[in-house]
Design a protein around this ligand. Structure first.
Ligand SMILES: [Zn+2]
Ligand SMILES: [Zn+2]
Length: 537
């Protein structure tokens, strides 16, 4: 063997070996350990000691952290089950902000400050924006209402409200309850029926295996706009549903991708209405998008509006200032047409479900089936479907996703909060991304009076259960004992990710071993408890 070969061998071996870090991530996943933990500094005000604690990322929408996504799915299932067939009015009292909520808000404030500094320095804020969006979702999930900035957006009460014509639907007198009717069976038993409803968007052209048969005639523009405004349509459906039902209908819904890459909705509804009425409501529900026109391209290629400090965007040829977002809205007069009108398709599925039946369990499983997948993840139909997704992305590229979308410049309007450096087709909004395909809203929609518990409380339930199984008391910690602080990126006190993952895996193994010990001592106990550790810890 020559010297050269000697040296070549280890390199070849090294290249064939999976990266140690990749293996570690796989091991962490197997143990249900968060693979993207957020380090936070926790100061114990009693002992004065501070330490770095890894908090699970709590990924809800994406599958970038499969263990957290999986754990969330379990929690959502519990939440869905809890509220569906309630037989007593839930008591909704805003709880005092708990520890988790407090650090989320503090953390959010800090990231917001970082974002502002970065923006002033002209740096890329994409990453920070993504964190802020994620945190806002977490803050809501932690049981707080609204968003921490409050309602800063000036509410335009102008004609836009009046223009949402009320659909022609029967209307019952409103009663102050969230519970559905019950029925007495001949056996004297009380039955509490509920509904499981599936709502779908209309057809944009015939599809086979998730791809259009004739891509040229498939209505991509409509598909794109429907996806962008889908959540508004769902809101309208709920409003109409409550009006017709005559009580404060509660729901737990999941927005999921169809094979043709359009969002659709599964909704568990507390209480029951005649099937025909649900279909009537779905058919009558629509939402009008009162935005300026976005059909006539005024600027493209090299011919782009130019920014002038203190003025805004100008027409490059004439030097004229382009209308601002508010001016463009004000210009929508009585004769204006909405930019888009969205309705459901004809496919409406309504299923009656009784509390505690296998049917109910089946529906709950169905509701959470795709939660760990993004809308774009419905792709599995091969090349035709890949091309379909690419065409859908093309259609979304120049559609304005929100009033602040840079795409408005293409149609001759200054986006809301216009700033230098905006380019049509380069919006970083979630809706334009392949994983979201137009739908940037929340995947799980839960009405306020669904159950007595917030997601955070469900988390707490599970933790308590596991600690009891371990024979440890889950003593409530003094809410003022710890002060949480974000750790700046690159802080030398935070060990490398690999080290932290190893620690978490080790901790998890220790718990499991401890649990197995307990089980060995109390023979005959249910072994399934072991699995719960992974989700709860
Ligand atoms: Zn995670
Ligand atoms: Zn956009």
């Amino acid at each position: 063997m020559t010297h050269a070969q000697d040296r070549a061998l280890p390199r070849a071996v090294r290249q064939a070996m999976p990266m140690a870090r990749d293996v570690l991530v796989e091991v962490a996943k197997l143990h249900g350990v968060c693979i993207r933990p957020i380090p936070l500094k926790r100061l114990d005000v009693v002992t004065g000691k501070s330490e770095i604690i890894d908090v699970p990322c709590g990924a809800t929408l994406d599958s970038k952290c499969p263990p957290c996504a999986k754990r969330n799915k379990q929690l959502r299932k519990a939440q869905c089950r809890e509220g569906w067939h309630l037989d007593a009015e839930p008591t909704i009292t805003p709880d005092e902000a708990n520890e988790e909520q407090r650090w989320l808000v503090e953390f959010r404030a800090d990231i917001q400050a970082q974002r502002e500094t970065a923006e002033k320095a002209g740096e890329d804020t994409t990453e920070l924006d993504a964190i802020i969006t994620g945190l806002d979702e977490e803050i809501n999930a932690a049981g707080m209402r609204g968003n921490v900035l409050g309602r800063t957006a000036s509410k335009r009460s102008r004609s836009t409200k009046r223009r949402q014509d009320a659909p022609d639907l029967p209307k019952r007198k409103m009663t102050n309850t969230t519970l559905g009717r019950t029925f007495q069976g001949t056996d004297g038993k009380t039955y509490r029926p509920s509904l499981f409803v599936t709502l779908t968007l209309p057809s944009y052209g015939k599809v086979r295996d998730g791809a259009p048969i004739d891509p040229d005639s498939y209505d991509y523009r409509r598909a794109a706009r429907d996806a962008l405004h889908f959540s508004k349509l769902v809101d309208r459906f709920v409003q109409n549903l409550r009006r017709v039902a005559g009580y404060d209908v509660q729901y737990f819904a999941a927005v999921e991708p169809q094979k043709r890459l359009a969002p659709h909705l599964h909704m568990a509804i507390r209480g029951t209405l005649p099937r025909a009425e649900i279909k009537q409501i779905a058919a009558a529900t629509y939402h009008q998008v009162w935005w300026p026109q976005a059909d006539e391209v005024l600027f493209e290629g090299e011919h782009m509006p130019v920014w002038q400090d203190g003025t805004g965007y100008l027409n490059p040829a004439t030097g004229e200032v382009l209308p601002t977002w508010d001016q463009a809205l004000d210009a929508l007069d009585e004769d204006a047409e909405p930019l888009h009108v969205i309705r459901f398709g004809e496919q409406v599925d309504v299923q009656g479900v009784l509390a505690g039946t296998p049917d109910a369990d089946q529906c709950i499983r169905y509701l959470s089936k795709y939660l760990t997948k993004s809308i774009g993840d419905a792709l599995d139909g091969g090349q035709a479907q890949q091309q379909h997704a690419a065409r859908m992305l093309d259609a979304l590229r120049y559609e304005p996703c929100s009033p602040t979308c840079p795409n408005w410049l293409r149609y001759g309007i200054q986006p809301k909060d216009a700033k230098p450096g905006m380019h049509p087709g380069r919006c970083r909004g979630k809706a334009h991304k392949p994983e979201h395909l137009g739908y940037a809203g929340r995947r799980i929609l839960v009405s306020r009076k669904w159950s007595n518990k917030t997601l955070a409380e469900h988390k707490q339930d599970r933790r308590t259960w596991v600690l009891e199984a371990l024979g440890q008391a889950d003593e409530p910690t003094d809410p003022h004992r710890y002060v949480w602080r974000p750790v700046p990126a690159g802080d030398a006190n935070v060990p490398p990710l690999a080290v932290r993952l190893l620690r978490s895996v080790h901790e998890r193994q220790r718990w499991r071993a401890h649990l197995r010990d307990l089980e060995a001592r109390a023979a005959g106990q249910d072994l399934s408890a072991t699995e719960d550790i992974g989700r709860a810890a």
